[in-house]
Design a protein around this ligand. Structure first.
Ligand code: SF4
Length: 465
């Protein structure tokens, strides 16, 4: 039996790095997991041979058109689908390692396809609104109010979860980074911090939060705007704007914000992808700007879900200059040239960065090309678009050949033309993942697997294209 310490959990974007795992090397399986939450434990225990993991939802064998086959045959079919495609879509990438993401990007470049990540239906508006705020910032002085999770743990005295339920999505977030752990300025942990929850429904956070504010669906912007006015001392019209809301609680939150030594607002998909998302995000950014203008140190922190979605964003920013939704196709370039989207300066910059094939940024491109039937094949990795994209868009995937690489069964895998089972990244294969605050961490291979890694499968596809 081998015991490994400080293992990184590859389930959610918290990437908890204090997990202890006992491995039965002979049986090639994880025997025991400590320090992880139930979601993490389940993923570690799903590792091992296919025979042992049938119940863990693993894909047991490669499939072509629903029939089990050999890996060589499945790979041959995957390559031929992508070879024949004139404009393929490469989609997902949130639940795979950075090295696999790099090869997926290279495949897309080589095929002059379209690449989009799961952020297109999660945090896409956040990046766009943030970019707009930075561009419009006073005197052109752009500021991003950012902190790492460690800085938050050491300093935060006021922790706000807004439209987020970490108990369901990131079970150790509160105990490892935000509310419970002791920090330099919160020596007694939770006793030295205040927890506030803002949401459209009551969540388990209500039980532990000192203050809970219920917001009508899609009206987060109104709450943020009232708080902004209250912390800035602009009281005119505030009462009217707060009609139907709990004004006493709003005033109490504004006072807590102004008195906080260091505050953080963790925003979830309830705000970032819900009704009026753009307006909500914009109002929250303005609130954080107003707080910092009042010398109250505050940061806004999106709760990223998939374990390496931050890696995909980092890769795309590094390689293309855009966080998601990039189109490498000829038409996109022609269109961009016509619209004069890219000026000479941009071109020179791209050349300096050594980009082989330039791309065009089109927010929401995956949804667009699927809806308009503009892609003729799809390579899907680390995502389940049939379960997560809007039905009208997702159904287009059923009409084109799709290649799915995944360790686990999913709705998309069930309907895929080719399914290639892979090793679980961070348990059966090593790689790199970026935590939700963009800190890169090394994922270990802790147990042998009969499946190749995502990176190995992609490399083989790339080599044969
Ligand atoms: S909170 Fe996330 S990273 Fe941490 S143990 Fe649970 S699933 Fe794993």
């Amino acid at each position: 039996m081998k015991v490994l310490e400080s293992v990184v959990c590859p389930f959610c974007a918290c990437l908890c790095d204090d997990v202890v795992v006992a491995v039965d090397e002979e049986a090639k399986r994880v025997k025991e997991v400590r320090n992880a939450c139930v979601l993490g434990i389940k993923k570690f225990l799903a590792a091992g041979s296919a025979a042992l993991t049938e119940t863990a939802g693993r894909i047991r064998k490669p499939r072509v058109r629903g029939k089990e086959t050999t890996e060589e045959e499945a790979l041959r079919n995957a390559v031929s689908i992508l070879k024949e495609a004139e404009k393929p879509l490469v989609y997902g990438l949130g639940n795979t390692g950075y090295n696999a993401q790099r090869i997926a990007l290279e495949i897309c470049r080589k095929k002059r396809g379209v690449l989009d990540i799961s952020e297109v239906v999660c945090h896409n508006l956040f990046y766009q609104v943030l970019q707009k705020h930075l561009a419009e910032s006073e005197g052109g002085e752009a500021k991003i109010y950012y902190a790492t999770l460690e800085q938050i743990r050491e300093k935060a005295s006021l922790v706000i979860y807004w439209g987020a339920n970490p108990f369901a999505s990131h079970p150790r977030h509160l105990s490892k980074f935000s509310f419970y752990p002791a920090g330099m300025y919160a020596l007694r942990g939770a006793q030295d911090r205040e927890l506030v929850a803002v949401d459209v429904v009551e969540t388990p956070l209500k039980k532990i939060a000192k203050t809970f504010l219920r917001v009508p669906c899609g009206e987060d912007w109104r709450v943020a705007e009232i708080l902004r006015r209250l912390v800035s001392g602009e009281t005119a019209g505030v009462r009217e704007l707060a009609e139907g809301l709990d004004f006493a609680t709003l005033s109490a939150i504004a006072t807590k914000m102004k008195n906080a030594f260091f505050g953080v607002i963790f925003v979830g998909l309830g705000v970032l992808a819900g009704r009026n998302a753009e307006r909500n995000i914009s109002a929250l950014l303005s609130l954080v700007e107003a707080l910092n203008a009042q010398r109250c140190r505050f940061v806004l922190f999106p709760m990223k879900g998939h374990f390496n979605v931050a890696g995909a964003v980092t890769l795309l920013l590094r390689e293309t200059g855009f966080p998601f939704s990039v189109d490498f196709s000829e038409e996109a370039h022609a269109e961009a040239r016509r619209a004069e989207v890219r000026d000479e300066e941009d071109k020179e910059e791209s050349e300096e960065r050594g980009e082989r094939v330039a791309c065009v940024f089109k927010p929401g491109v995956a949804l667009e090309v699927l809806e308009r039937r503009e892609v003729d094949a799809a390579l899907i990795l680390g995502a389940d678009p049939l379960a997560s994209l809007p039905r009208s868009v997702a159904s287009a995937l059923l009409k084109i050949p799709t290649v799915v690489i995944d360790p686990f069964e999913s709705l998309t895998a069930q309907f895929a033309t080719v399914v290639l089972p892979s090793a679980i990244t961070g348990v059966e294969a090593e790689d790199i993942a970026y935590r939700m605050d963009f800190l890169p961490l090394r994922l270990q291979k802790i147990v042998e697997s009969e499946f190749p890694s995502d990176a190995e499968i992609l490399r083989e596809i790339y080599r044969n294209l």
